[in-house]
Design a protein around this ligand. Structure first.
Ligand code: FO1
Length: 312
């Protein structure tokens, strides 16, 4: 597998496929561009959930029950905060706080998030290119019927993604730019994969970074999206509910239609049927990753399919 692969991810679903690719590709052949729209400040600490989920997953340290945070972590700091009457709605683990302390200190010292994450990841034995979509702060903000405007984590965690979403905005996106590392990963990619993450909450922020979508589209290489919707449902999280609220039919074909000309390949689940708006190259696979082995098998099947394009 001499392929240089770029995968765009956010949240747990995308992290699983990136982990599958990491099991079969040499580390420096895999660049992972991660959503940072979920990032926010908590008790003065910069929390970057999708970056940390990706880092911990690749390091084999992720809490597999939650799909985020560190396995075996404790919450003594949260318990102590509660003693002071705090509402500890966001479950920050004690060991996880070390990550936020170092990231926050280094950001305040003027370091780029890209450099900070590469250093933290390398210290955990992770050698893949773990790339924030931008080094600029961007905040996914949701307009909801019941609670008005909500910062992402308030929507996702505090209100458990139950509010009805009427709109999504990305505060700060106009000032954002691709890092040189993101631009280089895209220009050097032999294949680009859009992971099975929430298109609206995890992938759209990445595509909204000025110049990033254009950089992808101008690459004449496989640009394959993996459906996050199987038989009309999201495997986890708000994707199907959100699609209905944003007036999309919750289906794989709606996702393919949403990505449009960004992609020239689409992978849908064997439980679904092909649809007219699927790109010329679309194929069905078992897209549900129930184990680490299934992640590697799925990743292998995707790369094998992509390599078959060159022969065709
Ligand atoms: N998700 C939750 O639903 N509840 C939590 O208490 C929570 C804590 C948390 C702490 C660190 C971290 O990196 C992620 C955390 N997440 C939590 C997940 C987070 O909300 C992510 O944004 C989601 O995984 C969606 O990407």
């Amino acid at each position: 597998m001499a392929l240089k692969v770029v995968i765009l991810v956010g949240g747990g679903g995308g992290a699983k496929l990136a982990h599958g690719l990491a099991q079969i590709l040499p580390p420096k052949q895999l660049s992972i561009i991660v959503n940072t729209g979920d990032d926010f400040w908590l008790y003065g600490l910069r929390v970057c959930p999708d970056l940390d989920t990706m880092m911990y997953t690749l390091a084999g340290m992720i809490d597999k029950t939650n799909g985020w945070g560190l396995t075996g972590d404790t919450v003594h700091v949260l318990d102590s905060l509660r003693r002071f009457g705090e509402d500890t709605w966001f479950r920050l683990g004690d060991q996880d706080i070390a990550t936020h302390l170092l990231r926050t200190e280094r950001l305040r010292a003027g370091e780029r998030l890209t450099d900070i994450m590469q250093n933290l990841a390398n210290n955990l034995g992770v050698d893949q290119r773990l790339l924030p979509m931008t080094d600029a702060p961007v905040a996914t903000t949701l307009d909801t019927l019941e609670q008005g405007e909500l910062e992402f984590q308030r929507y996702f965690v505090q209100y458990r993604w139950q509010p009805t979403v009427t709109g999504i905005r990305l505060a700060g996106i106009e000032q954002a730019a691709m890092s040189p590392e993101v631009a280089a990963a895209i220009s050097g990619a032999d294949a680009i994969v859009i992971g099975p993450s929430n298109p609206w909450l995890s992938i759209a922020p990445i595509l909204a970074v000025p110049g990033l979508r254009a950089a992808l589209v101008q690459r004449d290489v496989p640009r394959v999206a993996v459906t996050p919707i199987v038989a009309g449902q999201a495997l986890k999280g708000p994707a199907a509910k959100l699609m209905a609220e944003l007036k999309y039919e919750p289906s794989a074909k709606s996702v393919a239609g949403y990505y449009g000309s960004l992609i020239n390949g689409f992978i849908y689940d064997e439980q679904d049927e092909p649809a007219p708006m699927f790109p010329v190259r679309a194929t069905k696979m078992d897209t549900v990753m129930r184990s680490d082995d299934q992640r590697a098998v799925f990743a292998h099947n995707i790369l094998h399919w992509i390599e078959s394009w060159n022969e065709a």
